[in-house]
Design a protein. Sequence first.
Length: 138
Amino acid sequence: MRKGEQHETLSNTQRVLEIGKSRSGCTGKHLINLDTDDYSWKHQGSFGEPDNTPKSLKDKLLGFLEDQAGREYTLEQLGTTFSSNKETVRRNLEQLRTKGLIERKEKKMHTKGGMQNVIFYFAPNTLTSVEPCSEMQP
């Protein structure tokens, strides 16, 4: 963790947290802000990345599901929404689920092949990411 350099123009309560290696995928530079009321640190987002940096599929999925908290989606629906194949979407969703960021639910439903278990993915009604998904912006 470091204070900002002169050209970075950070406030007295802001710091840059640099994570070099992480199993949870949090590598990079992050801006954090000290809450002087309770002396806790609040994550303010990535630091030093241009605004036009493309987001990973995992970040897009998380942002999309959080923007629609509580609403359930199938793999097929999410694959179509993000123009990605079903297996890639499933793998990213499972990584988010194992981190506790989203949940999944199985339901028996009538399909063309009869009654089958269908898996739905959704974000609970609490937010975990900082920015809304750009795909949902007007």
